[in-house]
Design a protein around this ligand. Structure first.
Ligand code: HEM
Length: 154
C-alpha cells in the first residue's frame, strides 16, 4: 500500500508543479495586461487547487502508512536527529501543508475579488508563495535536505 502511494505521490508532484507554474504564468500575463479573467483562467485556478488537495490527501494517507514515518513516530527522540527522518517526519509535512493552505486561501480569495486585475494579482501572489515553499520542500536529487529520485516506478 505504502509503496503504491509513494509512486503516486512522487508522480503527482509533477502535476502540482506544472499546474501551479501555468496558473502563475496566466496570472502574471493577465495582471500585467488589460485582459479579462476568462472562464479558462477560472478553471485553471480551480484545477490547481484541486490537484494540490489531491496531493495533500495522498500525502496524509502516505504519512499514516509509511514505514519510515512509523519508525520516526515511535523512535522520535533518536530519529529526529537523523536528517532524512527529520525531513520527512517534520519539515516536508509542515511546509507542504502550509503551501497547500496558501493555495487554498489564494484560490478562494481570487474567486471573490471584484476585478480581473485583482483576481490575477491575488492568485499570482498566493500561488508564487506556495510554489517557493513546495520547491524547497520537495526532496530533489540535488536538495541539501533529503534526496529522492525525479521519477519512481513500481
Ligand atoms: C505539494 C505537496 C507535496 C509534494 C509536491 C510532495 C512531494 C513528495 C515527493 C517528491 C516525495 C518523495 C517520493 C519518493 O520517495 O519518490 C515525497 C515523500 C513523502 N511525502 Fe510528500 N509531497 C507533498 C505533500 C505532502 C504532504 C502534505 C504530506 C503529509 C502530510 C506528505 C508526506 C510525504 C511522506 C510521508 C513522504 C515519504 C514517505 C516515505 O519515504 O516513506 N507529502 N513527497
Amino acid at each position: 500500500m505504502s509503496s503504491i502511494l509513494l509512486v503516486v505521490h512522487s508522480a503527482v508532484r509533477w502535476l502540482v508543479l506544472l499546474s501551479l507554474t501555468y496558473a502563475i504564468w496566466r496570472g502574471v500575463r493577465g495582471w500585467s495586461g488589460r485582459v479579462p479573467f476568462t472562464a479558462f483562467d477560472n478553471r485553471i485556478r480551480h484545477l490547481t487547487a484541486t490537484i494540490a488537495h489531491l496531493q495533500l490527501m495522498v500525502g496524509y494517507t502516505l504519512y499514516f502508512s509509511s514505514p519510515l514515518i512509523r519508525y520516526f513516530r515511535s523512535n522520535y527522540t533518536e530519529a529526529v536527529r537523523v536528517p532524512d527522518f527529520r525531513f520527512f517526519g517534520l519539515i516536508h509535512v509542515i511546509l507542504m501543508t502550509l503551501a497547500i493552505v496558501l493555495i487554498t486561501i489564494g484560490s478562494a480569495a481570487a474567486k471573490r475579488k471584484p476585478t480581473p486585475r485583482s483576481k490575477f494579482r491575488t492568485m499570482t501572489g498566493w500561488y508564487v508563495a506556495a510554489l517557493v515553499l513546495i520547491f524547497l520542500a520537495v526532496p530533489w536529487p540535488f536538495s541539501p535536505l533529503a534526496n529522492r529520485p525525479y521519477f519512481r516506478s513500481f
